[in-house]
Design a protein around this ligand. Structure first.
Ligand code: VG1
Ligand code: CO
Length: 543
């Protein structure tokens, strides 16, 4: 086996978005495409000579082939070792944990997360640093800069690794260790949660439905929920990962996890339902006839995390992404905890977690996590909920009703307009930006604008600034709408409209969120001219 240096030229569009580089699978499979980006990562982080990397992905189409290429490139670039999940599988939180546990220098995670998979769907690749978290903005910029000037990549001219056999082997001068993707992660969960108490729930006849959505959490959920916690076989639905996620969108929300929603809203609904996404970092929580919005879930977990052994000492603070509702802030304020507001994307939580400023983090897009890893973690959130249910003996709907009675309710919804013409979407945002100063005092949808700005974040740890992170418009009476363009889509532009209205009247906590938000929805359309500019009369996805 020899190291080959292959001449190449920059490929346009290799710009990482909210969470690494995401493109159509066919784009990633073009000759040199994966190779260029992988070499740009290696160069962008200052080379990988003598380093140890963790490599794994969510098992989607092209995962195994891409891992073969990445391993041959890592060896040719002088890496000392790659630690790889068996079969090329690692959930994103399990990869984050493995990087931290083994003291690795970083990792490559192959996933397009909640985006569909398959030859005609999406693929993705991202680099996580030695803290186990997604590359910071600074590192991401270096990787992107490298893609624009790359002239060669290095790869072994042969050599195959059997991804299915546990243990060590050599690839050129590099060592490859194939590890069980589940074991270390399951062990970590056992240190954070009271498995005996949760096991007791199941022994007592508590029923749960977990939808792995044909994605990576299947093996993790089978092992943890059914094997270690004793939930009956069949608790985990769609638990065998498939390269195209059974043809579905592995996105845990009421639209794409409809199978689970139907189970949870049936007459004989189980006590607790949950789902996770393609790469296992998101979670959806639903009680019997009771969907919990991710923003509310974060707030409830922030309020009650102390009931789990791993958080018994209390939380240092809580962070949420800007478009996430302020429900968690209300808990933090009541408890005298620090709280932070960051741009969208998990990479912004890393510094706060590393500095010990926060213990819990969350996003409205069904991401919740803590300082146990540096990624959001779907099954972790599910287990924290189970621990709280076991200790309190209350149902999900009882817990939510108590929560709203104590803190008020931040009615919340996100409306997504997908595959919109990019130019039209960019112009919508640019025109709003230009009018921000003129908005206060204006009325729209029967509401009066009280303030408007564009979110810019000053990282309190490294002092960096990230601007242009979403347009916020506030209304008299505690309402807010946020406009942002997605950084994970692969078709045109996706306009995300985040709607929120605080309600503290005890008699008004039980409304349908879309009804409670109808005024804000009308105001949003009027101010941004969504219908007129996108040609859409309704959002494609409402969560
Ligand atoms: C979306 C979500 C964001 C999340 C990101 C990655 O980004 O809104 O909250 O961090 O996906 O999640 P965007 O730019 O499309 O809004 V995952 O589970 O896809 O890694
Ligand atoms: Co994900």
């Amino acid at each position: 086996m020899n190291v080959q240096t292959v001449e190449t030229a920059p490929i346009e569009g290799q710009k990482p978005g909210t969470s690494g580089l995401r493109k159509k699978t066919a784009v990633f499979m073009q000759p040199g495409y994966l190779e260029n980006y992988t070499q740009a990562i290696f160069d962008g982080i200052g080379g990988i000579d003598g380093k140890t990397l963790v490599v794994g992905g969510d098992g989607r189409y092209f995962n195994d082939v891409a891992i073969g290429t990445i391993l041959r490139m890592a060896a040719a670039n002088g890496a000392a070792k790659c630690i790889v999940g068996r079969g090329g599988i690692l959930s994103t939180p399990a990869a984050s944990h493995l990087i931290r546990k083994r003291g690795a220098d970083g990792g490559l995670i192959l996933s397009a997360s909640h985006n569909p998979g398959g030859p005609n769907a999406d693929f993705g690749l991202k680099y996580n640093g030695p803290n186990g978290g997604p590359a910071t903005e600074g590192v991401t910029e270096k990787i992107f800069a490298r893609t624009t000037e790359i002239d060669a990549y290095r790869i072994l001219d042969g050599g195959d690794v059997d991804l299915d056999t546990l243990g060590n082997s050599a690839l050129g001068a590099m060592q490859v260790e194939i590890v069980d993707p589940v074991a270390d992660y399951a062990e970590l969960m056992g240190t954070l949660f009271d498995f005996e108490a949760i096991g007791g729930l199941f022994k007592g006849g508590f029923r749960m439905a977990f939808d792995a959505m044909h994605a990576v959490t299947g093996p993790y959920a089978h092992e943890i929920l059914e094997q270690r916690l004793g939930a009956p076989a069949g608790t985990v639905m769609n638990g065998v990962p498939s390269p195209d996620f059974g043809g579905g969108h592995p996105d845990p929300n009421p639209v794409w996890a409809k199978t689970l929603m139907d189970v949870m809203y049936a007459d004989d609904a189980p006590d607790f339902g949950a789902a996770s996404d393609g790469d296992g970092d998101r979670n959806m929580i639903v009680g019997a006839h009771c969907y919990v919005s991710p923003s509310d879930s974060l707030a409830l977990l922030a309020d009650r995390a102390e009931l789990a052994p791993g958080y018994a000492v209390g939380l240092a603070g809580v962070a949420r992404s800007m478009p996430t509702s302020a429900a968690a802030d209300r808990v933090a304020e009541a408890k005298g905890m620090a709280h932070f507001e960051t741009p969208t994307g998990w990479k912004f939580f890393g510094n706060l977690l590393d500095a010990g400023k926060v213990t819990l983090c969350g996003e409205e897009s069904a991401g919740t996590g803590s300082n146990h890893v540096r990624e959001k973690d779907g099954l972790w959130a599910v287990l924290l909920w189970l621990n709280i249910l076991a200790v309190t003996g209350k149902s999900v709907s009882e817990l939510m009703a108590e929560h709203w009675a104590t803190y008020g309710r931040n009615y919340y919804s996100r409306h997504d307009y997908e595959a919109v013409d990019s130019a039209a979407a960019n112009k919508l945002v640019a025109d709003l930006r230009a009018r921000l100063g003129a908005l206060p005092g204006q009325s729209a949808g029967g509401l009066t604008v009280s303030g408007a700005d564009e979110f810019s974040y000053d990282d309190p740890v490294d002092g960096s600034t990230s601007s242009g992170q979403g347009i916020r418009i506030y209304f008299d009476g505690g309402g807010r709408v946020v406009f942002r363009l997605s950084g994970t889509g692969t078709d045109g532009a996706t306009l995300r409209v985040y709607l929120e209205q605080l309600e503290t009247d005890p008699a008004a906590l039980d409304k349908d969120p879309q009804e409670a938000l109808s005024g804000i929805v009308a105001a949003a359309d009027e101010l941004a001219e969504i219908t007129a500019r996108t040609g859409r009369s309704a959002p494609d996805v409402i969560t």
